[in-house]
Design a binder for this molecule. Structure first.
Ligand code: FAD
Length: 418
């Protein structure tokens, strides 16, 4: 039971996880004060559109809000925006804020997400002060980048992962001349089979994107007269003139607050299946955590909206004394051109790949099998396959490779009733 007069729950980080936590805590029965503290000046907003639809239309930033202010008011959640938490003092159960305030907590949730992995080249720090050099994580990043999307400009995207490819697709559709540089031999190498990479490389090339794989970026060139990045320099000696540069090479979890407070951290803040850290009064959720997944049988750190939301709900339930283990199959999505890619499971270590439908038709699925079971699937413009794949992965159901490949029978016909 919480004491309405004395108990305070504080959430650090007003992103997908933090926003969900604040209202879930109230819904689950927290009677005391709830305080959501965010470094950004915005209410929690949807990040995925920042590399997708947001770049293509000039909609107001408020369109991205996950919930309106009224929803937090109804749940009696206080929001402190534009303030950074500098320190967690576990001994006195207080937070120190950048503006000098000290706030006591009864329960604390760390939902600090992550920040873009910085480009490791000699001129990277200088480039960060140039207004045509972009990382993509925040709404402010997105607004700055979108303002420079003008037809005919040269955009160099560093990184052929989902975010880089989504930005490339949005840009080329707006008439920019786009080059994507990927250090590995193929795009999306860390997350998909070579068949999927080949498909996406082909779609981008057909749209006019210059995809270059196996290319290391050596440095960026800065014009001292304008303090703008003027080119990207590659290890093979190539100089690519650039009007703007976008870097999408991964994420570093924001775990420093937790480490400094002496919490266990190892590629993310270590939490259990109830989102509890090594301190029983401190929980953590979202991109910044490393959690056990009973369905997969190992620990992992995920960067996805479904993970942030579901783990937050588990944390809110546990804080209110109603523990429900978080054990979901990871799933993700990516929108590029007219292609709706939805993925479920993690394909690492797969032994066999089965295609259903053909890439040429822009409607197909790829199933990753291990030990005869589907451990992951990528579905392109195939929502029905995605629904079936989620069950295949979560429930460990067996369907033969021949059945998976046979597009004449809907997968749902082969599954037991849910
Ligand atoms: P965040 O949303 O990053 O929120 C953390 C918040 O904490 C930030 O606002 C940060 O400023 C704040 N913070 C950090 N430190 C402090 C501090 N000390 N004091 C106060 N505040 C602090 N996921 C998908 O599932 N599908 C997609 O298609 C997809 N596309 C994406 C596209 C882009 C461009 C990006 C950037 C991400 C995308 N993601 C996608 C990932 C998804 O957005 C993240 O997994 C999700 O936002 C994680 O939520 P979070 O709350 O853990 O972290």
């Amino acid at each position: 039971m919480t004491d309405a007069a004395t108990d305070t729950a504080i959430i650090i980080g007003a992103g997908h996880a933090g926003g969900e936590l604040a209202t879930s805590l109230r819904n689950e029965g927290w009677a005391g004060r709830i305080l959501l503290i965010g470094e950004e000046v915005h209410l929690p907003y949807h990040r995925p559109p920042l590399s997708k639809a947001f770049l293509a239309n000039a909609g107001a930033a408020t369109n991205l809000l996950i919930k309106p202010q009224a929803a937090y008011d109804r749940a009696n959640v206080e929001i402190l925006s534009g303030v950074r938490v500098e320190q967690i003092d576990r001994a006195s159960k207080r937070l120190l804020l950048a503006d000098g305030r000290a706030l006591p907590y009864s329960k604390l949730v760390i939902a600090t997400g992550g920040r873009p992995r910085p480009l490791a080249v000699p001129q990277a720090t200088a480039a960060e002060s140039c207004d045509n050099f972009h990382y993509v994580r925040t709404l402010d990043h997105g607004e700055r980048m979108r303002a420079q999307f003008e037809a005919g400009r040269n955009l160099v995207v560093i990184g052929g992962g989902y975010i880089g490819l989504e930005v490339a697709a949005s840009a080329v559709q707006q008439g920019l001349k786009v080059t994507v540089l990927e250090a590995l031999p193929r795009v999306l190498q860390r997350v998909t089979a070579s068949e999927l990479s080949a498909y996406y490389e082909r779609k981008h090339r057909e749209a006019g994107v210059d995809i270059r794989t196996g290319v290391q970026v050596a440095d960026v060139e800065i014009d001292p007269a304008t303090n703008r990045v003027s080119a990207v320099l590659c290890n093979d000696g190539t100089r690519l003139p650039a009007d703007l540069v976008v870097v999408g090479i991964g994420l570093l979890p924001n775990t420093e607050l937790a480490s400094a407070a002496g919490l266990d951290v190892d590629n993310g803040i270590l939490v259990d299946e109830y989102a509890q850290t090594s301190d029983p009064d401190i929980y953590a959720a979202g991109d910044c955590t490393n959690h056990p997944n009973a369905l997969l049988g190992y620990r992992l750190r995920l960067e996805s909206v479904p993970n942030a939301l579901e783990q937050s709900r588990a944390a809110a339930a546990a804080i209110n004394g109603k523990p429900k283990a978080y054990a979901s199959v990871p799933w993700f999505w990516s929108d590029q051109y007219e292609l709706k890619l939805k993925m479920v499971g993690l394909s690492q270590g797969y032994e066999q790949l089965v295609l259903r439908g053909t890439p040429e038709s822009d409607s197909f699925s790829a199933f990753y099998l291990k030990g005869g079971k589907v451990i992951a699937a990528d579905t392109v413009n195939r929502p029905q396959d995605f629904i079936a794949a989620k069950r295949l992965v979560a429930e460990g159901l067996i369907i033969t490779p021949e059945q998976l490949a046979d597009d004449s029978i809907a997968l749902k016909e082969l599954l037991p009733a849910a």
